[in-house]
Design a protein around this ligand. Structure first.
Ligand SMILES: CC(C)(COP(=O)(O)OP(=O)(O)OC[C@H]1O[C@@H](n2cnc3c(N)ncnc32)[C@H](O)[C@@H]1OP(=O)(O)O)[C@@H](O)C(=O)NCCC(=O)NCCS
Length: 201
């Protein structure tokens, strides 16, 4: 689907590896609210403002900019089970079109869905779509980056498994909700990189 006038990205669905990635909707708020009470999501994935928001308002605060994300340059996907539609998590490609041909990936998986490589599967699905030419329904990106605090081993594993090679350490780039700073790993995958072997899950 082409983007509407004034919108940067056309809302899109992607199916791969047993997942359906679809645009987030308001109806996802109860599932998002559960995730917004998870210590890992709060520490690593939502930023200080959302983490400091009282729980009853947290999901709405996090969701609002993502519901309008497609119009403003973020491909904001709900990760769902392709068979039964169960909500499994979130993956966003943000800053699309800020730097030509590049974007930044962020993600979290609900506690109940962890341990099945959802993040790696979703990263590969989203990257494969985003690297396709616009004439083939993709975004025509060349490079997608992500970063994670060095302590976040699960995120490092997911990124590596999805073919996002480690490129180096970004000193004190991660700000914890308590205000302390951590070094982060920078990972990236290029359109020209080989497809990863995702293994089994
Ligand atoms: C990081 C996250 C998305 C991974 O979820 P997932 O896709 O279910 O990942 P899995 O549980 O299948 O684990 C992926 C890999 O990491 C490993 N892993 C997971 N947690 C780990 C931990 N605490 N320590 C060491 N290894 C860990 C798993 O063994 C697995 O390794 P493998 O690929 O060699 O089999 C999820 O834990 C999460 O949402 N965390 C909180 C939010 C977050 O950190 N988001 C990323 C911000 S950069």
């Amino acid at each position: 689907m082409a983007s509407a006038p004034g919108e940067l990205l056309a809302p899109t669905t992607v199916t791969a590896h047993g997942l359906l990635l679809r645009p987030l909707t308001e109806a996802d708020e109860p599932e998002v609210a559960l995730a917004m009470d998870d210590p890992g999501v709060l520490r690593w994935a939502v930023g200080r403002n959302v983490a400091a928001t009282p729980l009853p308002l947290r999901a709405r605060t996090w969701l609002a900019p993502r519901l309008t994300g497609w119009a403003t340059g973020t491909a904001a996907f709900a990760l769902t089970d392709a068979e039964d539609g169960a909500f499994l998590g979130y993956l966003g490609l943000r800053d699309v079109q800020r730097i030509p041909d590049q974007a930044v990936a962020g993600y979290w998986v609900t506690p109940a869905a962890r341990g099945r490589a959802v993040a790696a599967r979703a990263l590969d699905a989203a990257a494969t779509w985003a690297f396709r030419r616009p004439s083939e329904g993709g975004l025509g990106l060349h490079r997608i980056v992500l970063d994670h605090a060095l302590d976040n081993i699960g995120s490092c594993r997911a990124a590596t498994r999805a073919g996002f090679a480690e490129e180096g350490v970004m000193r004190e780039s991660f700000l914890e909700p308590d205000g302390s700073r951590r070094d982060s790993h920078l990972h990236a995958r290029l359109a020209t990189d080989p497809s990863p072997d995702l293994g089994t899950w």
